[in-house]
Ligand binder design. Structure first.
Ligand code: PLP
Ligand code: SF4
Length: 338
């Protein structure tokens, strides 16, 4: 059990009237851990905005609940197969905290998970081109440990599944759930990777550091997927602190995500160029290890594409490549190079 706090308790702490929040939480469930809510310093701060319902979620933004067409790309309910060699298995609908900007806002916290585990495992076993399975949801680390152990064990009986990845926000929102016993169990299923989801340097607490340390000591390579969120982490200094702080925890920043065009999240979105500028601004200033790819997941399930500010141009006179100061430098392929 995770110590949780109700929305009413949280609002009472800040002497706020719950009325405007109720219809939002009725439409998109709210769930908070005592730990994560404890990181809030004041209403509207970067932690608050990630986890407290906002009436803007109900705005008619003309966006789709499933712009990535995940449901169409699911050969079996709960298994998304979009790239030839990778598949995503949605193992649960529950998370420790329901992020207000979640790309699966349409389903997290709502009813039973639409996964047919037997059919999903049969599909994976019968599809030898899949080498990499990503457990997501919902949060796989909220499954009872014996259930997760048995699922990982079954996946491990499929010889062509070379690696297993877990996507989990538990190190951020409920780090106390990462125990030595859990890490020992996970380590039985190597090669296992884990991508977590820190969005702001205020989330890099001692507890989160301890959780990442236990996972890393269990030999699990750790990555981080950050969502670029307007007014929360769309500033250079915030991302620099976040990404360099993650490296100190042995967590490699993997992706910075453009907010998907998901219904109910428009107030979090930044223009595409913002992410490109932010990443370009980090280059040369911080360790290359601290710089994730900025990716946009194209609507209609057309895949994640990395976006970079244009740095190279080819002309009659060879290449012109901008250096870190933005000045053009000419570069020539060796004559005869293929
Ligand atoms: C993001 C994603 C993956 C994994 O993509 P990587 O770029 O390999 O991390 C796989 N399948 C789906 C459907 C995805 O959305
Ligand atoms: S932890 Fe991930 S899946 Fe769960 S609500 Fe947050 S963003 Fe969505």
């Amino acid at each position: 059990m995770i110590p949780s706090i109700t929305l009413d308790e949280l609002l009472a702490r800040f002497k706020l009237d719950p009325a405007p929040f109720k219809p939002v939480a009725g439409r998109y469930p709210c769930r908070l851990t005592r730990y994560y809510a404890g990181l809030i310093q004041k209403p509207g701060d970067p932690i608050w905005r990630q986890c407290v319902p906002d009436p803007l979620e109900l705005a008619d933004d003309g966006q789709h609940p499933d712009p990535l067409d995940e449901e169409r790309l699911s050969p079996v309910p709960g298994l998304i197969h979009r790239y030839p060699d990778r598949a995503v298995l949605l193992v649960s609908n529950r998370c420790a905290v329901y992020c207000r900007f979640c790309m699966r806002k349409r389903q997290v916290g709502c009813g039973a998970v639409g996964l047919d585990m037997e059919r999903a495992i049969a599909y994976l076993a019968a599809t030898p081109q899949i080498r990499d399975v990503v457990l997501s949801g919902g949060d796989p680390l909220l499954l009872p440990a014996d259930q997760l152990h048995s699922l990982l064990g079954r996946l491990r009986t499929i010889p062509h599944l070379e690696i297993i990845r877990i996507g989990s926000r538990v190190p951020v929102t409920a780090p106390g759930l990462i125990t030595p016993a859990l890490c020992r169990m996970l380590a039985e299923h190597h090669p296992l990777y884990l991508n977590t989801h820190f969005n702001h340097p205020r989330e890099l607490t001692g507890e989160a550091a301890q959780a990442c340390c236990l996972l890393a000591d269990a030999g699990i390579p750790l990555g981080n997927q950050t969502v670029l969120l307007r007014g929360i982490n769309d500033q250079h200094a915030v991302l620099e602190q976040l990404f360099s702080g993650l490296l100190r925890l042995r967590v490699r920043p993997y992706y910075l995500h453009q907010m998907d065009l998901v219904k109910g999240t428009a107030h979090f979105r930044t223009p595409l160029v913002r992410g490109m500028e932010l990443i370009a601004g980090l280059r040369g200033k911080v360790s290359g290890l601290a710089i994730p790819h900025f990716v946009v997941d194209l609507p209609g399930g057309q895949g994640k594409v990395p976006l970079l500010a244009q740095t190279a141009r080819h002309g009659d006179d060879g290449w012109t490549i901008r250096n870190l100061a933005g000045n053009p430098v000419s570069y020539h392929d060796l004559p005869g190079s293929l």
